[in-house]
Write a protein that binds this ligand. Structure first.
Ligand code: SER
Length: 317
């Protein structure tokens, strides 16, 4: 059995990914790490260790001491926070990922997965059905850090044989842990506000289409790419998507379940960020190379989110 270390494990994706990995590979084989005191859920069924990826010595020692084969490096500053503090985004996202790739190279580990994002594209990328291999000139600190990760990872693969893999995650919608500081966060907040207050003020404007995905599909594509046989991969960084919608469309879908729900719009600085990203993605490379296929569309995701979140919040609708 492979031993996996996950960074950023109390983040939106991390918390649920740890659970899914522990179920699949056994609790003891999945080491959850983060800088802060972990939520209870991460201490159940397996180890949690305090790790700052900016501390190379601590990182190397932890990988050796825990006999790690695969690193999933999820620790990252998201797009909105990155624009507020670009230097923090540089340190965490670029230096942190560099340290992880170096550790994997030096220690000859089996594999490293570092997420990329729709933010890796830029304003001169074709917006509709954006291809996997296309011009990418991101103009946000977060986007620049993600393109660094893709290019440095692919360079390490060609030059040193490091088995680097990356998914360009779209906005991820989930009910367990809130995202923090991202541009696609509105698509999660809207569910909390719909259930609690029956109204939501969106920080993205009407007509702002972005690629999106429900958490079960995010966990599925992450595990599928980790497990894909290296010999079938032609790419190392993949577009991945499940749906594309604008704020008024997710609102209309929520109204099918909560008819009195109302949405208003007050775009903030994240509107400019969203406008530099694709509206929809072509993920045919992932579909063809390792059989990617999402399970949830907007209707199925909305129904499941409302059911799960209403239980969690103790609110009926
Ligand atoms: N969800 C991320 C963000 O909005 C995009 O990768 O920053």
């Amino acid at each position: 059995m492979k031993r996996i270390l996950v960074t950023g494990s109390y983040g939106q994706i991390g918390t649920e990914l740890i659970g899914a990995l522990r179920e699949r590979y056994g609790g003891e084989n999945v080491v959850a790490t983060g800088r802060k005191k972990p939520p209870e859920i991460l201490k159940r069924d397996g180890p949690y260790l305090q790790l700052d990826v900016l501390d190379e010595n601590q990182l190397h020692a932890m990988l050796v001491d825990n006999d790690i084969d695969i690193v999933i490096h999820n620790a990252s500053i998201l797009s909105g926070t990155g624009e507020k503090d670009p230097q923090l985004a540089y340190r965490t996202n670029i230096e942190g990922s560099y340290n992880v790739l170096e550790a994997v190279r030096i220690l000859h580990l089996d594999q490293v997965m570092i997420p990329s994002s729709i933010a890796a594209f830029g304003p001169n990328t074709p917006k509709e059905n954006t291809p996997n291999d296309v011009i990418m000139r991101p103009i946000t600190a977060y986007g620049i850090s993600k393109i660094f990760i893709e290019l440095w990872g692919e360079y390490y693969f060609r030059r040193y044989g490091v088995d680097f893999r990356s998914l360009r995650y779209p906005g991820i919608i989930s009910s367990e842990t809130l995202p923090g500081g991202g541009t696609t966060d509105y698509a999660v907040e809207i569910f909390y506000e719909a259930l609690k207050n029956k109204r939501y003020t969106s920080f993205l404007d009407k007509g702002t289409y972005l690629p999106m995905m429900y958490m079960p599909d995010c966990l599925k594509c992450t595990i599928d790419l980790i497990e894909a046989d290296a010999s079938i991969l032609k790419h190392r960084s993949f577009n991945i998507t499940a749906m594309s919608f604008a704020p008024e469309e997710i609102a209309a879908e929520i109204m099918k379940h909560i008819p009195e729900f109302e949405i208003t719009y007050e775009p903030d600085f994240r509107q400019q960020i969203a406008e530099t990203w694709p509206a929809s993605l072509d993920d045919s490379a992932a579909r063809e190379e390792w059989g990617w296929k999402p399970d949830y569309d907007l209707a199925a995701m909305t129904k499941d989110m409302l059911e799960k979140l209403s239980k969690k919040l103790g609110v009926k609708y």
